[in-house]
Write a protein that binds this ligand. Structure first.
Ligand code: GLV
Ligand code: MN
Ligand code: MN
Length: 414
């Protein structure tokens, strides 16, 4: 696979550009909320590329897409690879997409080299890795692993109160949600290629990250009910301002995350909806969505406990109702030693530098790891920037990721 990645990088770049142009926002901003029109067009584009590469494509009841390169022993469990193509509002063009189009490129490089896999190689495009529409991340892989049941999924609502079934209908996915769950032996092994979304590889001048662990994410939705009224006429002493209470809660989360004793603890409030949202009206209701993570689950849970305590304290002191609902609190995942060894051998053979590292972002691999031996391969991204339109990975970084992914898929599928 001497110069395979270099030979084909232009095609990958062109496809990444074409995919990025399928967006709900003006380029270079990428927004592709799951099941919105742009997401559906992006799916169609990628499925077309998979079909052109001779892969057979199927979709499950929630839109997880499986594109299979049939091995010479098709009855064997496939080696899986893939990621997501949905994107949060105001995102860039590399998060998830490098793991989908990069894996497709790896497959095409192997095809061009005349490699014949013994095990099938299956490219998976997971539905809704991003929590944008339903407030919960990794929807497709979570259901695949049986972590979210069909009943729990059926109860999910978006901000307008529209349910998963309504959206599935719009997107053209039917069938029983029970069938999304895969058996533990479905994949033989699984690898996800992804941008690091942090600064370490670039700043240390290292080509590749071999991910050993994926951090434990959690999310709580908090609803604060106070009392509205006239912003001019209602005096300060009698107020029960829901937004002022929310402001204290946001700072309480920040403080709990900062004082955990570890740099690995992070806490964010990324959504704050204020009702009624008029400049001359005291906010009566606020809805917050919080994101709390750590590579250490117990330490993460300590922050959740501190946040819940702050909810009680602020509620009592300010006379507002505060209700916190846990959306998810997932354990971390450990990557598979044998796949990491195969990735390491491939990196050495390709002459690429690498280091072992943890993933602070979550990925579909967090859930696939419950089904099959799984590992992740990171490439650098400029400035560690992600979830922003200026997210960027150089062609060289992507080329080395595709090269090492292709070599490793070949090893695992041989
Ligand atoms: C995934 O997008 C994450 O938020 O880690
Ligand atoms: Mn993301
Ligand atoms: Mn991602």
């Amino acid at each position: 696979m001497k110069a395979g990645a270099d030979l084909t990088i232009d095609r990958l770049l062109a496809e990444l550009r074409a995919l990025a142009a399928i967006s709900e926002a003006e380029p270079p901003v990428v927004t592709r909320v799951v099941f919105a029109e742009a997401d559906l067009r992006a799916r169609a584009y990628v499925k077309g590329l998979c079909a052109d590469a001779g892969l057979s494509v199927r979709e499950d009841a929630i839109g997880n897409t499986f594109a299979r390169w049939l091995g010479s022993e098709p009855e064997l469990a496939p080696v899986g690879t893939g990621s997501h193509i949905d994107a949060i509002p105001n995102a860039g063009s590399y998060d998830g997409t490098v793991g989908v189009l990069g894996a497709l490129e790896a497959i095409r490089v192997l095809q061009k080299l005349g490699f014949k896999p013994r095990r099938s190689i299956e490219l998976v495009i997971f539905t809704a890795e991003e929590p944008t529409r339903f407030g919960i991340g990794c929807l497709g892989s979570r259901m695949m692993a049986g972590v979210l049941s069909a009943e729990q999924a059926q109860a999910l609502l978006d901000k307008e109160g529209r349910g998963l079934d309504e959206w599935r209908g719009i997107a053209g996915f039917a069938g029983s949600l029970q069938s999304v769950r895969l058996g533990a032996g479905y994949f033989h092994q699984f690898i996800e290629l992804h941008i690091e979304q942090g600064p370490l590889l670039e700043s240390e001048g290292i080509d590749l990250g071999l991910v050993t662990h994926i951090a434990a994410p959690a999310s709580l939705r908090i609803r604060i009910e106070g009392e509205g009224g006239h912003a001019g006429a209602k005096l300060m002493p009698g107020r029960r301002d829901a937004l002022a209470a929310a402001a204290e809660l946001i700072l309480a989360l920040e403080s709990a995350a900062k004082s955990s004793g570890a740099i690995d603890t992070v806490g964010t409030v990324g959504v704050c909806q204020v009702f009624p949202g008029a400049v001359n009206s005291i906010p009566s209701r606020v809805r917050l969505e919080t994101d709390i993570r750590d590579i250490d689950e117990m330490r993460r849970d300590g922050v959740i406990k501190a946040l819940r305590k702050a909810c009680e304290e602020i509620s009592a002191r300010r006379g507002v109702e505060v209700a916190a609902q846990q959306v998810n609190a997932d354990p971390p995942a450990a990557c598979d030693a044998a796949i990491l060894a195969a990735l390491e051998a491939s990196a050495k053979a390709a002459g690429r530098s690498y280091k072992r590292m943890v993933s602070r972002a979550y990925h579909d691999s967090l859930f696939v790891a419950r089904l099959a031996p799984t590992a992740m391969l990171f490439i650098p991204c400029r400035g560690g920037v992600s979830h922003r339109p200026d997210e960027y990975a150089t062609p060289e970084w992507m080329g080395s990721g595709v090269n090492v992914l292709a070599r490793t898929l070949a090893t695992l599928a041989a």
